[in-house]
Design a binder for this molecule. Structure first.
Ligand SMILES: Cc1ncc(COP(=O)(O)O)c(C=O)c1O
Length: 380
């Protein structure tokens, strides 16, 4: 079901992941896959392009996307999405920006770390104070006491990521209920970014924040097919509001404030949500298998580097603090692999994120290159 693409194909396709370096570098940084998209997605895009008309989107498509999304979320992880509270936007970070500016109360924003770096960059750019709360080490897990202290000290929003990028962890229903109760007690607006929700590994159950929030809670859930179906350039995401009033506020914004979704993104999302389960299941299996292989290869060839156990996503979070120099990304790049690792927040020095949405051969080659790095990557 998965069609692995060659280096030449990926370079010619011209997306960001393969465009930054010389062809001899393996790019394992930004969250794009090295596979062809699902056949139904490809068909929809090709038939759209064949019409030679690229106007603004037909607004009636919104309803179809919302229906396809709600049906998918119900079928895949049992989430009961109220379709009357779902809005379409261009991408997940745009949804987060709209929720922070228009429905979350003014005040500081709590961001558990490590975290997908744009959470920190965008929130600060909006002029909001950010309170970074480092996760507790064991699982790792959310530091509820520190989150509560921040809320008691006037923070008004919390950015969650479920499943978590970069840890690949799925928060349990009990954890989400604790967050919800805490948010209720302190009037905190929870924004739950669930873009990786379709990418739980086989056998892993996911609870969406949408399944624990109630109509009166302050909450926004963000989702998109673009990450798990590998079409982030097509622009379409969903914003689910707990409160009807918040949905109305967001939906009645002037169109220019929520303008970047595309016809292609909406049509491709419908095809992904309705006709691509088998492809998605193959990607979930590949993600779990590649993560297991990567972890085993590290243990064998680079035992000083540990890999965070995960339950979802195609990302691996590794601790290189015992082998790497001050700049582990540069060390990896010198070895011929581009990894990601900057701005993941407090407590993340000496860690890197590895994108494993690729062929098993490239995963093996990534470990081979890192373990044979001449400098900066070996303890001796
Ligand atoms: C957790 C998370 N949120 C948001 C995004 C970006 O999504 P979008 O392009 O829809 O803004 C990513 C991209 O990798 C992500 O991992």
């Amino acid at each position: 079901m998965i069609r692995d693409l060659s280096d030449e194909h990926l370079i010619q396709a011209g997306s960001m992941k393969w465009a930054l370096d010389e062809p001899n570098v393996i790019p394992a940084w930004i969250a794009e896959m090295d596979f062809a998209v699902a056949p139904a997605v490809s068909d929809v895009v090709q038939s759209y392009v064949a019409h030679d008309v690229f106007g603004y989107p037909d607004l009636r498509l919104h309803e179809q996307v919302v229906d396809a999304f709600a049906t998918f979320a119900q079928r895949r992880w049992g989430a009961d999405i109220d379709q009357r509270r779902v809005m379409i936007t261009g991408d997940v970070m745009e949804g987060m920006r709209l929720a922070l500016s228009h429905v979350a109360p003014a005040g500081a924003v709590i961001v558990p770390t490590p975290v997908y770096p744009p959470f920190l960059v965008m929130t600060r750019d909006m002029g909001r104070e950010v309170i970074e709360v480092q996760m507790l080490d064991d699982t790792p897990t959310l530091d509820l006491a520190a989150i509560e202290a921040a809320a008691a000290n006037s923070a008004k929003a919390l950015l969650l990521c479920q499943p978590h990028n970069p840890l690949g962890r799925v928060w349990t229903r009990a954890e989400l209920v604790q967050i919800r109760d805490l948010a209720r007690a302190y009037g905190v607006h929870v924004i739950s970014d669930e873009i990786h929700a379709p990418l739980t590994w086989p056998g892993v159950d996911l609870t969406s924040y949408a399944s624990v929030m109630e109509d009166s809670d302050r909450a926004t859930v963000l989702m998109s097919a673009t990450k798990s179906f590998n079409m982030p350039g097509l622009r379409c995401a969903q914003v689910v509001s707990s409160r009807a009033t918040n949905h109305e506020t967001l939906s009645s914004l002037h169109p220019v404030l929520n303008h970047s979704m595309s016809t292609l993104g909406m049509r491709a999302s419908i095809a992904a949500f309705t006709e691509s389960d088998a492809w998605l299941d193959a990607v979930r299996t590949r993600s779990a298998d590649n993560h297991a292989m990567f972890t085993a290869l590290l243990a064998e060839h680079l035992p000083e580097v540990s890999c965070q156990p995960a339950q979802a996503t195609y990302l691996a979070w590794i601790d290189v603090s015992r082998v790497a120099t001050d700049d582990p990304m540069a060390g990896a790049l010198a070895a011929g692999v581009r990894l990601d690792g900057q701005n993941y927040g407090v407590g993340t020095d000496g860690h890197l994120r590895v994108n494993l949405a690729t062929s098993p051969d490239r995963v093996r080659e990534i470990v081979r290159r890192l373990s044979s790095a001449q400098s900066g990557w070996r303890a001796s």
